[in-house]
Ligand binder design. Structure first.
Ligand SMILES: Nc1ncnc2c1ncn2[C@@H]1O[C@H](COP(=O)(O)OP(=O)(O)O)[C@@H](O)[C@H]1O
Ligand SMILES: [Mg+2]
Length: 278
């Protein structure tokens, strides 16, 4: 089966990337798909805490500089069978980025999920360019959506010509009047959101309990939303890597759809177009 390599990115930090990465990886693994989760947030590794795993003596940095083997850095999450590579807690920011492609080649798993730091950096460029799908996480506020648009525009321009799909998620939605409406976000990105995830107090509770929420509360709304997405992901496993409800964007040149846009987003979208020529 072809490998599905997914980078989870965001323009802004603290929007729920790690929460999404941990819970989707857990669901895929529980469903029987061989899955490895790489915590590539070298400054703030946290995936081990979400999963209740003890930090290993070596991590991603040591794997990339060749001082550790995959077996030494790949503990198993007992409740789901998920494998996990954490960024090392001992090294701060030192990483041999260029070997990321090779590492991913060596990992023999159906799903490889890379939880990235926010924004763009050589590390993120390496992760994204190794991937065939990019999950873009944002929250329904202007700083987060604007930063996500900037990031996606930058990746598209930087990695032009690569076969890559973008899948968009909106997290922490509480339907407050001051929030940006999901339809406005869809209009801004010219595509449907793959999942709209509610604000849910059980998320921080599950992190404190060191148990992914999809296992702690499988019948809750959060779990149902993510299960429906991961089922779609698994249904498409033998075919293309097509997961969102309508055709997705790729970094290939394509016709820009004409869509009805209003207010701030039309203006913002216009600015990005002017600078990027899209
Ligand atoms: N749907 C949600 N509802 C409530 N809190 C959330 C939700 N998603 C994430 N959080 C909280 O937001 C914080 C940041 O989440 P995290 O996944 O670490 O973000 P990132 O990886 O983008 O920095 C965490 O404290 C987490 O508990
Ligand atoms: Mg994170």
């Amino acid at each position: 089966m072809p490998k599905k390599i997914i980078s989870v990115v965001s323009g802004k930090g603290g929007v729920g990337k790690s929460t999404l990465a941990v819970n989707i990886a857990t669901l895929l693994s529980r469903a029987g798909a061989s899955t490895v989760l790489i915590d590539a947030d070298i400054y703030n590794p946290c995936v081990f805490f979400h999963l209740g795993l003890s930090p290993q003596s070596s991590g991603l940095q040591e794997l990339l500089d060749g001082s550790a083997t995959i077996e030494e850095t790949l503990p198993i999450h007992p409740a789901s069978g998920l494998r996990c590579i954490s960024s090392s807690l001992h090294t701060y920011g030192k990483i041999k980025i260029g070997r990321m492609h090779k590492l991913i080649d060596m990992l023999n798993y159906e799903y490889i999920i890379i939880d990235c730091p926010p924004g763009f950096s050589p590390l993120i460029e390496e992760a994204v360019s190794s991937s065939n799908n990019v999950f873009v996480m944002m929250t329904p506020d202007m700083p987060s959506c604007t930063a996500a648009l900037k990031l996606v525009t930058f990746i598209r321009n930087h990695l032009k010509g690569r076969e890559m799909r973008f899948t968009y998620f909106l997290n922490r939605v509480s339907n407050s009047p001051y929030e940006i409406h999901p339809r406005e976000v869809e209009s801004l990105f010219h595509t449907r959101l793959a999942s709209i995830i509610d604000e849910d107090l059980d998320v921080p509770k599950s992190i404190a309990a060191k148990t992914p929420l999809v296992l702690m509360s499988p019948q809750g709304r959060f779990s149902k939303t993510l299960r429906s997405f991961s089922s779609m992901l698994l249904r498409s496993r033998d075919h293309s890597f097509d997961m969102s409800p309508q055709p997705q964007e790729t970094v290939q040149p394509q016709q820009v759809q004409t869509m009805e846009k209003t207010g701030f987003f039309a203006w913002l979208s216009g600015i990005f177009r002017r600078f990027t020529g899209r």
